[in-house]
Design a protein around this ligand. Structure first.
Ligand code: UT7
Length: 335
């Protein structure tokens, strides 16, 4: 059976850098609060008309070049985002057109912070079943245009950043143990209300009810931050262990853990709980904030560029929890 092998990665963030001090000027917050509670020092927000597919396109060009592929080589595109450019069609189709393609299948994944995990598991299933051979998996988000930038929304708004990353994955025939060793995905829709944006809502007779003003809180993401924090600290070690058991390997064999970058404190707590050496867990939330579906592949791209991971035989574990709720863990071994 073919193995799903990463051939190239790329990332892109928009040029508009927004520091914590910039946020102090528009809402009642402080650099100290943001750093202490989340670890974030800055993030990038779009400036002008830029969709998730635009950021994804820039990241994809780099990933394709690193893989030595042309867009025409692709036989499947997966785009993970909670912030599609428009209501429909999905950002995967928009990206496909930007790549100059006109028949390559394109699938959107709406799994928020675990979009990359669900996307990687899906790519692996497509490759193992023979349905696809060269896949472009993209995580891309434009949060900034949908955030409540008043003090009312400060708990959510200071966290999120815009960005994208792309990974080229090829089905390779090899007897070596390599590729996706195990994927474990979970969801609990009973907790959908813990992190959501309610409007516009297709379930309503009118999606944007005229009696609700456009600055109503329901048009913005709302989050029960402490509930999600506690859930993440409890569920991530469990799902990591599930994936290790499935892959029949131990935590000691993992060279690097790349968790979703939602809050530095969550990931530090995870590291302490697992008794991990600090060098074995990846943090870059300081620079980008939480870029949701893009956060894990951005961290992967950086870790590979820095030479922290990527040698033949290296094993990386991706994990995360977020809106849905959804959570999961995927273990990957470099060929
Ligand atoms: O990727 C999606 C998944 N999301 C997550 O994993 C997020 C998980 N949760 C979190 O990261 C944290 O809960 C937050 C960073 C969102 C909040 O941190 P916290 O330590 O849970 O703070 P809190 O919500 O309990 O708020 C503490 C105080 C409150 O004031 P009072 O009531 O104690 O007077 C808030 O109003 O901090 C206040 N506060 C702020 N102050 C300054 C909330 N946001 C801010 C802010 N600046 N941006």
């Amino acid at each position: 059976m073919k193995k799903s092998i990463i051939k190239g990665t790329g990332m892109f963030v928009p040029p508009n850098l927004v520091t914590n001090h910039d946020l102090e000027k528009i809402m009642d917050t402080s650099d100290e609060w943001i750093k202490q509670r989340t670890g974030i020092e800055q993030r990038y927000w779009i400036d002008g008309v830029t969709g998730s597919s635009d950021l994804g396109f820039e990241a994809s060009k780099i990933a394709l070049e690193n893989a030595g592929w042309k867009p025409e080589d692709l036989d499947f595109i997966i785009f993970a985002t909670l912030s599609p450019d428009i209501m429909f069609p999905g950002s995967g189709c928009l990206l496909q057109a930007k790549l100059g393609l006109n028949k390559t299948p394109a699938l959107d994944i709406r799994q928020q912070c675990t979009g990359f995990l669900y996307g990687l598991a899906t790519a692996d299933a497509y490759i193992k079943s023979g349905l696809a051979h060269k896949i472009l998996l993209v995580g891309g988000e434009v949060h900034s245009s949908g955030l409540d930038k008043s003090t009312r929304g400060r708990d959510v708004t200071v966290i999120f950043g815009d960005g994208a990353a792309a990974v080229c994955i090829e089905g390779v025939e090899t007897k070596k143990e390599a590729g996706v060793l195990a994927s474990v995905l979970h969801a609990d829709g009973n907790l959908a209300g813990a992190l959501m944006t309610e409007l516009p809502a297709s379930r309503l007779p009118v999606r944007m009810p005229p009696e609700i003003p456009f600055d109503d809180v329901r048009y913005y993401p709302v989050m029960d931050g402490s509930a999600i924090f506690k859930k993440a600290v409890r569920m991530l070690p469990k799902v990591i262990n599930e994936s290790l058991e499935k892959a029949k390997i131990t935590l000691e064999q993992i060279d690097l853990i790349i968790p979703h970058q939602a809050n530095m404190r969550i990931n530090q707590a995870l590291g302490q709980f697992l008794k991990l050496d600090e060098t074995k867990i990846c943090h870059n939330i300081q620079k980008y904030g939480n870029t949701t579906a893009a956060s894990i592949p951005i961290a992967l791209h950086e870790a590979m560029e820095q030479g922290r991971i990527g040698k033949s035989g290296d094993i990386v574990l991706f994990t995360g929890l977020g809106a849905g709720l959804t959570w999961g863990s995927v273990i990957y071994k470099f060929l």
